[in-house]
Design a protein around this ligand. Structure first.
Ligand code: PMT
Length: 400
């Protein structure tokens, strides 16, 4: 792997001790690590330990007369390929969301133009606080990438919930995922066909059956596949997203239109069916808006099954794409249901996501299991672009 540079910001939380392991493991993977510690972080790990592991590349002071001679906070971010914050405390995230810059860490972040990956680590009550939710929504909108937090026992006695910082290996997997798309060209010559978003099934001219899919996961995969050099066709249901650059977008509304667009776009080398296709539509949509008739009795909607696009691509398309990847949105018995779905639909890989989790369907993060013949891999919770990048990396490896 090319030697990439990580600028690691260690925040002041109990999980700061894991930052030492993170530095070591990052170096094992060939990364060069420079560290900024906040004042609070120094309460949890000693600058001497960090400096020793980081081979002296440790900075802490915004007003260091030597470092600031050449505007150190600007230089530090410019020298990095990615900025990683671990642990990202509630305080640090709040400062980032509001653009505060009162120490070296926050001044560097405000002056930064590199990708930022944060590994939040805090008490579950803080993570669930409305202010913390507002701040992370703002950070996601600003393009900040997330890995974790995970659920489990906290350092505080009798406290459990979501808030544990992701493990160093998971953080580095996310870093790999974000930096790998720079391996441009590895999918060149391949046609990747992707579906994304929901379908809308009309009830009458003004009403429809839909679901909460935003299209973000499928669009992120399209962007990652394009970045890897593929020719990408994205068949999308109705969403509020900009078309990814360089991707051919076919916009549809219903499942039947989506199936037709997919059939028209074949042949493909790789098919990734990420859309949340409505399983049913109304048996016959009304031509006129349905009105209340004053009887108090609501109309009965008769439903009929939609075509199964993934099943068609995996089992009937001729020529069949060499790699067919389905998704499964489950709310319970994730692995059991998704494993059965992979066999039923006939796809090669299946990406299973638990849509009962906050932020998966419609949101910015996903935590998935990749189910293949060779086994099941659990990926840490991360933002959808990181999940997409990793999926594309797996595809690249598959074809190498
Ligand atoms: O769009 P986002 O907000 O980013 O959310 C992403 C997501 C949660 C929607 C996505 O990651 C996901 O899980 N997509 C699949 C949703 C789904 O419809 O799952 P399913 O278990 O109902 O379907 C299984 C597979 O069959 C999917 O690949 C689906 O595209 C496909 N399918 C389903 C029904 C149908 N009639 N035709 C299909 O092709």
């Amino acid at each position: 792997m090319t030697k990439h540079k990580i600028l690691l910001i260690i925040g002041g939380g109990i999980a700061a001790y894991k930052a030492l392991e993170l530095i070591r493991r990052a170096q094992d993977r060939g990364y060069e690590v420079t560290v900024i510690m906040t004042k609070a972080a120094e309460q949890f790990v000693t600058p001497l330990s960090v400096s020793t592991l980081a081979k002296g590349k440790l900075y802490a002071n915004l007003f260091d007369p030597h470092e600031e001679m050449d505007v150190g906070h600007i230089r530090l971010s410019r020298q990095a390929d990615i900025v990683v914050i671990a642990p990202a405390t509630a305080d640090l995230m709040a400062k980032m969301a509001h653009g505060l810059a009162d120490d070296l860490a926050t001044a560097t972040l405000l002056a930064n133009d590199r990708p930022v990956l944060i590994a939040p680590g805090m008490n579950p009550k803080m993570w669930d606080h409305p202010a913390a939710k507002r701040n992370r929504a703002q950070l996601a909108e600003d393009g900040v990438h997330f890995v974790g937090p995970t659920s489990g026992e906290m350092a505080e006695a009798n406290e459990a919930g979501t808030g544990r910082m992701a493990e160093p290996a998971a953080i580095l997997d996310a870093v790999d995922g974000l930096l790998r798309p720079s391996q441009h060209g590895l999918l060149s010559g391949k046609h990747v066909l992707i579906t994304a978003g929901p379908t809308h099934e009309p009830i009458d001219p003004v009403r429809y059956i839909a679901n909460r899919s935003s299209g973000k996961q499928g669009y992120a995969i399209a962007a990652a596949a394009h970045a890897a050099g593929a020719e990408v066709t994205l068949v999308t249901g109705p969403v509020h997203l900009n078309a990814p650059e360089g991707v051919e977008v076919v916009a549809v509304e219903t499942a039947r239109q989506m199936k037709q667009a997919v059939v028209d776009a074949l042949p493909a080398d790789i098919a990734i069916m990420c859309a949340a296709v409505a399983d049913w539509r109304t048996a016959s949509a009304a031509d006129q808006k349905q009105k209340k008739d004053g009887s108090g009795t609501p109309p009965v909607l008769e439903l009929t099954e939609n075509p199964d696009i993934l099943h068609h691509v995996a089992r009937e398309a001729d020529p069949r794409p060499a790699l067919v990847i389905g998704f499964a949105a489950e709310t319970d018995h994730l692995i059991e249901h998704a494993t059965a779905k992979r066999l039923r639909k006939g796809c090669d890989w299946l990406v299973a996501n638990d849509v009962s989790q906050e932020g998966v369907m419609g949101g910015d993060t996903n935590s998935v299991h990749l189910i293949r013949d060779q086994g099941i891999d659990a990926w840490p919770k991360a933002d959808k672009q990181a999940v997409a990048n990793r999926l594309v990396s797996e595809i690249i490896q598959h074809f190498q």
